[in-house]
Design a protein around this ligand. Structure first.
Ligand SMILES: [Zn+2]
Length: 128
């Protein structure tokens, strides 16, 4: 889940390492300019890409769940054990448009979601 998408615009994040007299590294979204805190190191300090991505994940995790959904994500709703697939979200109304396994579409508020994609077990432990 390195390149967990941007919660603001859905853009694909990037990792940037600038080297010169020491280095600066940061991760974030080139599309809208949301970046996690950069870190600087001097010449005897190695860049740490994994830590940089972790700061991005920490930042994204603070956004409301509805902003972290992707089209095609799977969620569970209350009173049903069927997987529902995200068709889209309406942030202004705070509604999530879902399609069930029978192809029927309906809208839900975030309170109607029982399990978010990141709370569902990943098949084979494969991260997306
Ligand atoms: Zn963005």
């Amino acid at each position: 889940m390195k390149d967990i998408k941007c919660p603001l615009c859905g853009g694909k994040p990037e990792y940037i390492l600038e080297e010169g007299d020491g280095h600066c590294e940061y991760a974030g979204c080139p599309k809208c300019g949301l970046y996690a805190t950069p870190s600087w190191g001097d010449w005897n300090c190695n860049p740490n890409e994994e830590n940089t991505w972790q700061r991005w994940r920490d930042l994204v995790s603070k956004f409301p769940p509805i902003m972290r959904l992707n089209q095609g994500d799977n969620v569970l709703v209350w009173l049903s054990d069927d997987i529902h697939t995200v068709l889209g979200t309406d942030l202004a109304l705070g509604k999530i448009h879902l399609q069930d396994v029978y192809g029927d579409a309906d809208s839900y508020y975030p309170t109607g979601i029982k399990k978010w994609p990141w709370e569902l077990e990943r098949k084979g432990g494969v991260e997306q």
